[in-house]
Design a protein around this ligand. Structure first.
Ligand SMILES: *Cc1c(COP(=O)(O)O)cnc(C)c1O
Length: 397
């Protein structure tokens, strides 16, 4: 596929009518290598953040060998794209048929659970297999994360003892996993969760072979600038070292967002302006679900030649469907003279952006193109390098 060097060049040369997804394989590869080299344990990619086969292939080629899958469709997908990969079925509530297919047809040996009922289901579906790694999901706080994952899954501290003991009797290897919530803004979220893990291990008095700290590793968005990922890795490793687990135990993590946020951005066109509201050609039913439904802010940049030198003001966006809910409040800061026919790049949509797209109202994805410039923001490029970057695309949030 032909590689484009700048979003501005693409917009001015092609003037696309449909939204265009701009893919940056080098950014996903860089994120994968960062985790593989710097996280002192095993990093597995949480496929739900972006199930694109191209992305799975890139991560695999850059050292991600394990994949966190949550549905039988994700199992089949990764098995097809990277047949040598190890799959871990980390959804605590699964269909029995899905467990059986994963175990017997796709070699899945690692499953998570947060109830005795699920444990019994796994035993039945695998016909009493003795080669399972079973991870008990603990409920932990989401208070330091932008997106809570604290209510739906996870066994309460009071019931953890019995579940850990019963799982230990069935499992070849016993793990404990948790999820601190997505976009965790402080490493202490993991440290606090590890304290819950410690209490659970002490109370159940079981031998634990795997500690899986889940996802939640942040990316960078306007108004959300987290500490460096190394600070997270350091705090997690230190907490892990102090846990009462066997010396051969393993440390795992399941990053979704952090591995793919920088992989994709979106090129959209303004179709109409009404005051400080811009009607653009993608929205809540496209790649902007989080911008609409949870008020997530993404970086934006006007792509016009010559560049506007008007001052920036706050805009909100409407998407293309006929639905009032197709609205992204922002605020998105753009030059005050932006108007119909202008193109805008919306950055950092590789995670939970492209993955959420529907075809509602006939507005579907446009073209996907490969870029070799840098993403609009990055946790993997040092500040000096950003300033030096070949492209002028990188903006200061
Ligand atoms: C969603 C999810 C992840 C990935 O979370 P991020 O916040 O994107 O890193 C990891 N593990 C489980 C079990 C999940 O549900």
């Amino acid at each position: 596929m032909h590689k484009h060097h700048s979003a501005l060049g693409l917009a001015t040369a092609l003037r696309p009518v449909q939204p265009v997804t701009l893919l940056r394989p080098h950014a996903a590869a860089r994120a994968a290598r960062f985790f593989v080299e710097k996280f002192q344990g095993r990093s597995m990619y949480a496929v739900k953040a972006n199930p694109s086969p191209d992305l799975i292939q890139i991560l695999w080629e850059n050292g991600i060998t394990h994949f966190d899958v949550a549905s039988i469709a994700e199992v089949r997908l990764v098995a097809g794209v990277a047949p040598e990969a190890t799959l871990c079925f980390m959804h605590p509530v699964k269909a029995e048929e899905a467990i059986a297919e994963a175990y017997f047809n796709h070699g899945v040996r690692t499953f998570s659970l947060d109830s005795v009922e699920e444990l019994e289901k796994i035993v039945r579906a695998t016909e009493g297999a003795t080669d399972l790694t079973l991870c008990v999901r603990l409920r932990v706080s989401s208070e330091m994360s932008k997106l809570s994952l604290a209510s739906k899954f996870g066994v309460e501290q009071a019931e953890a003892k019995e579940l850990l003991q019963r799982t230990r009797q069935v499992a070849d290897a016993l793990g404990i996993c948790f999820h601190v919530g997505s976009q965790a803004m402080s490493p202490s979220a993991y440290v606090q969760a590890m304290e819950r893990v410690r209490a659970a291990i002490v109370s159940a008095a079981v031998t634990v072979d795997v500690i899986d700290v889940g996802g939640g590793f942040p990316s960078v968005y306007p108004g959300m600038e987290p500490p460096a990922l190394e600070a997270y890795f350091g705090a997690i490793h230190q907490a892990f070292e102090s846990l009462p687990v066997s010396y051969s135990s393993e440390l795992w993590c399941e990053p979704g967002r952090a591995l793919c946020a920088e992989y994709a951005s979106l090129l959209v066109r303004v179709e109409r302006r009404r005051g400080d509201e811009l009607y653009i050609n993608d929205g809540a039913y496209g790649a902007l679900f989080d911008a609409a439904h949870i008020g997530w802010r993404f970086p934006v940049k006007l792509l016009r030649e010559p560049d506007s030198n008007a001052r920036d003001v706050a805009f909100s966006f409407y998407g293309p469907t006929c639905d009032d809910m197709d609205r992204m409040a922002g605020p998105f800061m753009l030059p005050v003279d932006v108007g119909p026919g202008d193109y805008i790049e919306i950055g950092m949509l590789g995670a939970y952006g492209c993955a959420m797209r529907t075809g509602f109202n006939g507005f579907t994805a446009g073209e996907r193109v490969i870029m070799d410039d840098e993403p609009m923001a990055s946790l993997y490029i040092a500040d000096e390098d950003v300033r030096e970057a070949v492209s002028s695309n990188v903006i200061k949030l």
